[in-house]
Design a protein around this ligand. Structure first.
Ligand SMILES: C[S@@+](CC[C@H](N)C(=O)[O-])C[C@H]1O[C@@H](n2cnc3c(N)ncnc32)[C@H](O)[C@@H]1O
Ligand code: SF4
Length: 374
Protein backbone atom coordinates (compact mmCIF):
# COMPACT_ATOMS: atom_id res chain seq x y z
CA UNK A 1 0.00 0.00 0.00
CA UNK A 2 1.16 3.52 -0.73
CA UNK A 3 0.10 6.86 0.68
CA UNK A 4 1.84 8.92 -2.02
CA UNK A 5 1.10 9.34 -5.71
CA UNK A 6 3.18 10.94 -8.47
CA UNK A 7 1.38 11.87 -11.69
CA UNK A 8 3.41 12.65 -14.80
CA UNK A 9 2.22 15.17 -17.39
CA UNK A 10 4.63 14.64 -20.28
CA UNK A 11 3.97 17.83 -22.24
CA UNK A 12 5.94 21.05 -22.63
CA UNK A 13 5.57 24.05 -24.94
CA UNK A 14 9.05 23.31 -26.28
CA UNK A 15 11.91 21.27 -24.93
CA UNK A 16 14.64 23.06 -22.97
CA UNK A 17 18.09 22.36 -24.41
CA UNK A 18 19.42 20.70 -21.25
CA UNK A 19 16.42 18.56 -20.33
CA UNK A 20 16.19 14.77 -20.70
CA UNK A 21 12.90 14.28 -18.88
CA UNK A 22 10.17 12.30 -20.63
CA UNK A 23 8.30 15.16 -22.29
CA UNK A 24 6.90 15.90 -25.73
CA UNK A 25 5.53 18.94 -27.51
CA UNK A 26 2.05 19.79 -26.28
CA UNK A 27 -0.92 18.95 -28.52
CA UNK A 28 -4.38 19.63 -27.15
CA UNK A 29 -6.09 16.55 -28.60
CA UNK A 30 -3.32 14.21 -27.51
CA UNK A 31 -3.43 15.71 -24.01
CA UNK A 32 -7.15 14.97 -23.87
CA UNK A 33 -6.62 11.32 -24.79
CA UNK A 34 -3.74 11.16 -22.31
CA UNK A 35 -5.87 12.44 -19.42
CA UNK A 36 -8.49 9.85 -20.31
CA UNK A 37 -5.84 7.10 -20.10
CA UNK A 38 -4.58 8.52 -16.80
CA UNK A 39 -8.09 8.18 -15.40
CA UNK A 40 -8.07 4.48 -16.31
CA UNK A 41 -4.67 4.07 -14.67
CA UNK A 42 -6.00 5.70 -11.50
CA UNK A 43 -8.82 3.13 -11.48
CA UNK A 44 -6.29 0.30 -11.74
CA UNK A 45 -4.29 1.57 -8.76
CA UNK A 46 -7.04 2.98 -6.53
CA UNK A 47 -7.24 -0.13 -4.33
CA UNK A 48 -3.47 -0.08 -3.72
CA UNK A 49 -3.46 3.19 -1.82
CA UNK A 50 -4.12 4.27 1.73
CA UNK A 51 -5.48 7.76 2.32
CA UNK A 52 -2.96 9.90 0.45
CA UNK A 53 -0.54 12.09 2.39
CA UNK A 54 1.23 13.52 -0.66
CA UNK A 55 0.39 13.99 -4.33
CA UNK A 56 2.85 15.44 -6.82
CA UNK A 57 1.72 16.39 -10.33
CA UNK A 58 4.94 16.87 -12.23
CA UNK A 59 6.30 16.93 -15.71
CA UNK A 60 6.86 18.10 -18.17
CA UNK A 61 4.66 21.08 -17.65
CA UNK A 62 1.35 20.29 -15.92
CA UNK A 63 0.44 23.98 -16.05
CA UNK A 64 0.34 23.84 -19.85
CA UNK A 65 -3.01 22.03 -19.55
CA UNK A 66 -6.07 24.27 -19.91
CA UNK A 67 -8.05 25.27 -16.81
CA UNK A 68 -10.72 22.78 -17.89
CA UNK A 69 -8.26 19.94 -18.30
CA UNK A 70 -6.62 20.72 -14.94
CA UNK A 71 -10.03 20.75 -13.33
CA UNK A 72 -10.84 17.36 -14.86
CA UNK A 73 -7.51 15.89 -13.76
CA UNK A 74 -7.92 17.09 -10.18
CA UNK A 75 -11.53 15.89 -10.06
CA UNK A 76 -10.38 12.45 -11.26
CA UNK A 77 -7.77 12.34 -8.51
CA UNK A 78 -10.33 13.21 -5.85
CA UNK A 79 -12.74 10.60 -7.25
CA UNK A 80 -10.29 7.74 -7.25
CA UNK A 81 -8.26 8.30 -4.13
CA UNK A 82 -9.04 9.09 -0.53
CA UNK A 83 -6.91 12.06 0.48
CA UNK A 84 -6.03 13.09 4.05
CA UNK A 85 -7.22 16.56 5.05
CA UNK A 86 -3.67 17.82 5.54
CA UNK A 87 -2.21 16.20 2.41
CA UNK A 88 0.52 18.06 0.51
CA UNK A 89 -0.67 18.47 -3.10
CA UNK A 90 1.95 19.96 -5.43
CA UNK A 91 1.73 21.00 -9.07
CA UNK A 92 4.75 21.93 -11.19
CA UNK A 93 4.10 25.24 -12.92
CA UNK A 94 6.16 26.84 -15.64
CA UNK A 95 6.35 30.61 -15.75
CA UNK A 96 4.43 31.86 -18.74
CA UNK A 97 1.85 29.05 -18.64
CA UNK A 98 -0.18 30.03 -15.57
CA UNK A 99 -3.11 32.41 -15.35
CA UNK A 100 -5.68 33.36 -12.71
CA UNK A 101 -8.22 30.83 -13.93
CA UNK A 102 -5.79 27.90 -13.71
CA UNK A 103 -4.56 29.02 -10.29
CA UNK A 104 -8.15 29.24 -9.03
CA UNK A 105 -8.93 25.76 -10.34
CA UNK A 106 -5.87 24.41 -8.54
CA UNK A 107 -6.64 26.18 -5.24
CA UNK A 108 -10.28 25.16 -5.46
CA UNK A 109 -9.26 21.51 -5.85
CA UNK A 110 -6.94 21.35 -2.88
CA UNK A 111 -3.57 22.12 -4.50
CA UNK A 112 -1.55 23.78 -1.74
CA UNK A 113 1.98 23.82 -3.11
CA UNK A 114 3.45 25.03 -6.41
CA UNK A 115 6.86 24.22 -7.81
CA UNK A 116 8.06 26.81 -10.34
CA UNK A 117 10.99 26.28 -12.66
CA UNK A 118 12.95 29.51 -12.84
CA UNK A 119 16.54 28.28 -13.35
CA UNK A 120 18.26 31.68 -13.63
CA UNK A 121 17.53 35.37 -13.15
CA UNK A 122 19.10 36.58 -16.43
CA UNK A 123 17.06 36.79 -19.62
CA UNK A 124 20.06 35.94 -21.81
CA UNK A 125 20.68 32.77 -19.77
CA UNK A 126 17.01 31.75 -19.99
CA UNK A 127 17.24 32.13 -23.74
CA UNK A 128 20.42 30.09 -23.91
CA UNK A 129 18.67 27.33 -21.91
CA UNK A 130 15.73 27.27 -24.33
CA UNK A 131 13.26 28.46 -21.67
CA UNK A 132 9.99 29.94 -22.96
CA UNK A 133 9.80 32.76 -20.41
CA UNK A 134 11.67 35.88 -19.35
CA UNK A 135 12.56 36.93 -15.81
CA UNK A 136 9.66 39.40 -15.86
CA UNK A 137 7.21 36.69 -16.89
CA UNK A 138 8.50 34.57 -14.05
CA UNK A 139 7.90 37.44 -11.60
CA UNK A 140 4.37 37.93 -12.92
CA UNK A 141 3.53 34.22 -12.53
CA UNK A 142 5.02 34.19 -9.03
CA UNK A 143 3.05 37.24 -7.85
CA UNK A 144 -0.12 35.89 -9.45
CA UNK A 145 0.32 32.67 -7.50
CA UNK A 146 0.75 34.64 -4.25
CA UNK A 147 -2.30 36.79 -5.03
CA UNK A 148 -4.31 33.62 -5.55
CA UNK A 149 -3.46 32.33 -2.12
CA UNK A 150 -0.50 30.02 -2.66
CA UNK A 151 1.55 30.19 0.54
CA UNK A 152 3.93 27.35 -0.22
CA UNK A 153 6.05 27.81 -3.33
CA UNK A 154 9.24 26.12 -4.49
CA UNK A 155 11.62 27.57 -7.07
CA UNK A 156 13.91 25.35 -9.15
CA UNK A 157 17.33 26.80 -10.01
CA UNK A 158 20.29 25.41 -11.93
CA UNK A 159 23.93 26.39 -11.39
CA UNK A 160 27.21 25.53 -13.16
CA UNK A 161 25.57 26.53 -16.44
CA UNK A 162 27.66 27.17 -19.57
CA UNK A 163 29.60 30.45 -19.29
CA UNK A 164 27.92 31.17 -15.94
CA UNK A 165 30.02 33.39 -13.69
CA UNK A 166 30.04 33.41 -9.91
CA UNK A 167 28.60 36.92 -10.06
CA UNK A 168 25.66 35.76 -12.15
CA UNK A 169 24.90 32.95 -9.69
CA UNK A 170 25.19 35.37 -6.72
CA UNK A 171 22.73 37.66 -8.48
CA UNK A 172 20.24 34.81 -9.15
CA UNK A 173 20.34 33.70 -5.53
CA UNK A 174 19.94 37.20 -4.05
CA UNK A 175 16.98 38.00 -6.34
CA UNK A 176 15.34 34.69 -5.43
CA UNK A 177 15.88 35.20 -1.70
CA UNK A 178 14.27 38.66 -1.99
CA UNK A 179 11.09 36.97 -3.27
CA UNK A 180 10.99 34.76 -0.14
CA UNK A 181 9.85 31.42 -1.58
CA UNK A 182 9.27 28.76 1.08
CA UNK A 183 11.50 26.24 -0.70
CA UNK A 184 14.42 26.36 -3.14
CA UNK A 185 15.85 23.49 -5.19
CA UNK A 186 19.32 24.33 -6.52
CA UNK A 187 20.62 21.71 -8.94
CA UNK A 188 23.99 21.62 -10.59
CA UNK A 189 23.65 21.16 -14.34
CA UNK A 190 23.85 17.56 -15.44
CA UNK A 191 24.93 17.19 -19.07
CA UNK A 192 22.41 14.60 -20.27
CA UNK A 193 23.59 12.65 -23.31
CA UNK A 194 20.37 12.92 -25.29
CA UNK A 195 20.16 16.72 -25.18
CA UNK A 196 21.15 19.50 -27.60
CA UNK A 197 23.33 20.91 -24.79
CA UNK A 198 25.34 17.71 -24.70
CA UNK A 199 25.90 17.84 -28.47
CA UNK A 200 27.05 21.46 -28.39
CA UNK A 201 29.32 20.71 -25.46
CA UNK A 202 30.87 17.75 -27.29
CA UNK A 203 31.37 20.00 -30.32
CA UNK A 204 33.27 22.44 -28.10
CA UNK A 205 30.63 25.16 -28.46
CA UNK A 206 29.66 25.30 -24.79
CA UNK A 207 32.08 25.98 -21.99
CA UNK A 208 31.25 24.81 -18.50
CA UNK A 209 32.62 26.34 -15.30
CA UNK A 210 35.53 24.34 -13.86
CA UNK A 211 34.90 21.75 -11.13
CA UNK A 212 36.43 24.18 -8.62
CA UNK A 213 34.01 26.93 -9.63
CA UNK A 214 31.11 24.47 -9.45
CA UNK A 215 32.17 23.46 -5.92
CA UNK A 216 32.47 27.15 -4.97
CA UNK A 217 28.98 27.80 -6.32
CA UNK A 218 27.59 24.91 -4.29
CA UNK A 219 29.40 26.09 -1.15
CA UNK A 220 28.16 29.64 -1.68
CA UNK A 221 24.59 28.35 -2.16
CA UNK A 222 24.68 26.47 1.14
CA UNK A 223 26.18 29.41 3.07
CA UNK A 224 23.87 32.02 1.58
CA UNK A 225 20.62 30.11 1.86
CA UNK A 226 21.27 28.88 5.39
CA UNK A 227 22.16 32.44 6.44
CA UNK A 228 18.78 33.53 5.10
CA UNK A 229 16.77 31.04 7.13
CA UNK A 230 16.62 28.10 4.73
CA UNK A 231 17.48 24.71 6.15
CA UNK A 232 19.74 22.67 3.91
CA UNK A 233 17.89 19.36 4.30
CA UNK A 234 18.87 17.45 1.16
CA UNK A 235 21.85 17.76 -1.19
CA UNK A 236 20.01 20.11 -3.58
CA UNK A 237 17.10 21.23 -1.42
CA UNK A 238 16.56 24.07 1.01
CA UNK A 239 13.42 24.91 2.99
CA UNK A 240 12.07 27.44 5.45
CA UNK A 241 11.17 25.74 8.78
CA UNK A 242 8.54 23.01 8.29
CA UNK A 243 8.41 23.61 4.53
CA UNK A 244 10.39 20.57 3.42
CA UNK A 245 8.88 18.83 0.39
CA UNK A 246 6.96 16.01 2.08
CA UNK A 247 6.53 14.19 -1.22
CA UNK A 248 10.24 14.14 -1.94
CA UNK A 249 10.96 12.94 1.59
CA UNK A 250 8.94 9.83 0.67
CA UNK A 251 11.53 9.11 -2.05
CA UNK A 252 14.53 9.80 0.17
CA UNK A 253 13.05 7.59 2.89
CA UNK A 254 12.56 4.85 0.27
CA UNK A 255 8.86 4.55 1.09
CA UNK A 256 6.15 3.34 -1.29
CA UNK A 257 4.83 5.71 -3.94
CA UNK A 258 2.60 4.99 -6.90
CA UNK A 259 3.73 6.56 -10.17
CA UNK A 260 1.12 7.23 -12.84
CA UNK A 261 1.64 8.49 -16.38
CA UNK A 262 3.98 7.88 -19.30
CA UNK A 263 7.52 7.14 -18.09
CA UNK A 264 6.55 7.51 -14.43
CA UNK A 265 8.09 5.12 -11.93
CA UNK A 266 6.73 3.81 -8.68
CA UNK A 267 7.67 1.60 -5.74
CA UNK A 268 5.06 -0.62 -4.16
CA UNK A 269 5.10 -3.93 -2.24
CA UNK A 270 8.87 -4.12 -2.61
CA UNK A 271 8.73 -3.75 -6.40
CA UNK A 272 10.10 -0.81 -8.33
CA UNK A 273 8.40 -0.33 -11.70
CA UNK A 274 8.62 2.09 -14.58
CA UNK A 275 5.94 2.86 -17.11
CA UNK A 276 6.07 2.86 -20.90
CA UNK A 277 7.60 6.18 -21.98
CA UNK A 278 5.84 6.91 -25.27
CA UNK A 279 2.47 8.60 -25.13
CA UNK A 280 0.76 6.57 -27.87
CA UNK A 281 1.78 3.12 -26.49
CA UNK A 282 0.92 4.28 -22.96
CA UNK A 283 -2.59 5.24 -24.11
CA UNK A 284 -2.89 2.00 -26.11
CA UNK A 285 -2.10 -0.21 -23.07
CA UNK A 286 -4.65 1.58 -20.95
CA UNK A 287 -7.31 1.28 -23.64
CA UNK A 288 -7.15 -2.48 -22.83
CA UNK A 289 -7.31 -1.76 -19.11
CA UNK A 290 -3.75 -3.04 -18.62
CA UNK A 291 -1.25 -1.35 -16.32
CA UNK A 292 1.23 0.36 -18.68
CA UNK A 293 4.31 -1.08 -16.99
CA UNK A 294 7.52 -1.43 -19.03
CA UNK A 295 9.92 -2.76 -16.36
CA UNK A 296 9.82 -4.12 -12.85
CA UNK A 297 12.50 -4.94 -10.35
CA UNK A 298 11.90 -6.60 -7.01
CA UNK A 299 14.12 -4.92 -4.48
CA UNK A 300 15.16 -7.47 -1.92
CA UNK A 301 18.04 -8.14 0.43
CA UNK A 302 21.18 -6.20 -0.28
CA UNK A 303 19.69 -4.11 -3.12
CA UNK A 304 16.95 -2.70 -0.88
CA UNK A 305 19.43 -1.99 1.92
CA UNK A 306 21.87 -0.24 -0.44
CA UNK A 307 19.13 1.83 -2.01
CA UNK A 308 17.73 2.82 1.38
CA UNK A 309 21.20 3.87 2.53
CA UNK A 310 21.96 5.80 -0.65
CA UNK A 311 18.66 7.69 -0.66
CA UNK A 312 18.78 8.52 3.05
CA UNK A 313 22.34 9.82 2.78
CA UNK A 314 21.04 12.46 0.38
CA UNK A 315 19.31 14.04 3.38
CA UNK A 316 21.49 16.37 5.39
CA UNK A 317 20.54 14.56 8.61
CA UNK A 318 21.67 11.30 6.97
CA UNK A 319 20.38 7.85 7.82
CA UNK A 320 18.79 7.04 11.16
CA UNK A 321 20.64 4.07 12.60
CA UNK A 322 17.55 3.03 14.56
CA UNK A 323 15.13 3.34 11.60
CA UNK A 324 17.49 1.19 9.51
CA UNK A 325 17.58 -1.47 12.23
CA UNK A 326 13.77 -1.40 12.56
CA UNK A 327 13.34 -1.82 8.82
CA UNK A 328 15.89 -4.58 8.24
CA UNK A 329 16.19 -6.26 11.64
CA UNK A 330 19.96 -5.86 11.72
CA UNK A 331 22.53 -3.17 12.40
CA UNK A 332 23.61 -1.02 9.49
CA UNK A 333 27.16 -2.26 9.99
CA UNK A 334 26.11 -5.85 9.19
CA UNK A 335 25.84 -5.12 5.46
CA UNK A 336 27.97 -1.98 5.11
CA UNK A 337 30.49 -2.11 7.99
CA UNK A 338 33.66 -1.99 5.92
CA UNK A 339 32.49 0.61 3.40
CA UNK A 340 31.13 2.92 6.11
CA UNK A 341 34.41 2.62 8.02
CA UNK A 342 36.33 3.48 4.85
CA UNK A 343 34.21 6.61 4.25
CA UNK A 344 34.62 7.65 7.87
CA UNK A 345 38.39 7.20 7.71
CA UNK A 346 38.40 9.35 4.54
CA UNK A 347 36.43 12.07 6.38
CA UNK A 348 33.39 11.69 4.09
CA UNK A 349 30.98 10.38 6.71
CA UNK A 350 30.35 11.20 10.35
CA UNK A 351 28.25 9.86 13.20
CA UNK A 352 25.81 12.00 15.16
CA UNK A 353 23.97 10.68 18.24
CA UNK A 354 21.28 9.09 16.07
CA UNK A 355 22.41 9.19 12.45
CA UNK A 356 25.22 8.57 10.00
CA UNK A 357 25.59 11.51 7.65
CA UNK A 358 27.89 13.03 5.08
CA UNK A 359 30.44 15.58 6.20
CA UNK A 360 30.59 18.76 4.07
CA UNK A 361 33.36 17.11 2.02
CA UNK A 362 31.24 13.96 1.61
CA UNK A 363 28.33 16.04 0.32
CA UNK A 364 30.44 17.48 -2.51
CA UNK A 365 31.56 14.01 -3.52
CA UNK A 366 28.21 12.25 -2.96
CA UNK A 367 27.72 11.05 -6.53
CA UNK A 368 31.19 9.54 -6.74
CA UNK A 369 30.78 7.98 -3.30
CA UNK A 370 27.44 6.38 -4.21
CA UNK A 371 29.04 4.52 -7.11
CA UNK A 372 30.77 2.30 -4.55
CA UNK A 373 27.39 1.12 -3.29
CA UNK A 374 26.01 0.10 -6.66
C1 LIG B 1 11.24 17.86 -14.25
S1 LIG B 1 11.63 19.52 -14.35
C2 LIG B 1 9.98 20.10 -14.45
C3 LIG B 1 9.77 21.50 -14.06
C4 LIG B 1 9.13 22.42 -15.04
N1 LIG B 1 8.78 21.81 -16.26
C5 LIG B 1 10.07 23.56 -15.40
O1 LIG B 1 11.04 23.30 -16.09
O2 LIG B 1 9.78 24.67 -14.99
C6 LIG B 1 12.19 19.91 -12.73
C7 LIG B 1 13.48 20.63 -12.65
O3 LIG B 1 14.56 19.77 -12.96
C8 LIG B 1 15.68 20.58 -13.24
N2 LIG B 1 16.44 20.00 -14.35
C9 LIG B 1 15.95 19.50 -15.49
N3 LIG B 1 16.98 19.05 -16.27
C10 LIG B 1 18.13 19.26 -15.59
C11 LIG B 1 19.52 19.02 -15.86
N4 LIG B 1 19.93 18.48 -17.00
N5 LIG B 1 20.43 19.37 -14.91
C12 LIG B 1 20.02 19.92 -13.76
N6 LIG B 1 18.73 20.19 -13.45
C13 LIG B 1 17.79 19.86 -14.36
C14 LIG B 1 15.16 22.00 -13.56
O4 LIG B 1 15.53 22.85 -12.51
C15 LIG B 1 13.66 21.80 -13.58
O5 LIG B 1 12.97 22.93 -13.16
S1 SF4 C 1 12.97 21.68 -17.89
FE1 SF4 C 1 10.76 21.64 -17.58
S2 SF4 C 1 9.96 22.93 -19.26
FE2 SF4 C 1 11.99 22.44 -19.82
S3 SF4 C 1 11.75 20.63 -21.13
FE3 SF4 C 1 12.22 19.90 -19.04
S4 SF4 C 1 10.26 19.53 -18.14
FE4 SF4 C 1 9.87 20.81 -19.97
Amino acid sequence: MASSVYIHIPFCATKCYYCAFNTYTFHKEQAKAYLHALRTEMELYASETEPLQTIFIGGGTPSILSANALSQLLTDIHRHFRITTDAEITVECNPGTVDTEKLRVMRGNGVNRLSCGLQAMQDETLKQLGRIHTVDEFRQSYHLARENGFGNINMDLIFALPEQTMDAWHHTLSEVIALEPEHISAYNLVMEETTPFYESWQAGELHLPTEDTEADMFQYTIETLTTHGYEHYEICNFAKPNREARHNLVYWNNQPCIGLGAGAWGYINGVRYSNIRGIAPYIEQLSHHNKPIADTERLTGHAEKAETLMLALRKREGISVEAYQDRFGEEIGAAFGSILKKWMDLGLLERTATHLRFTSRGLFLANEVFVELM
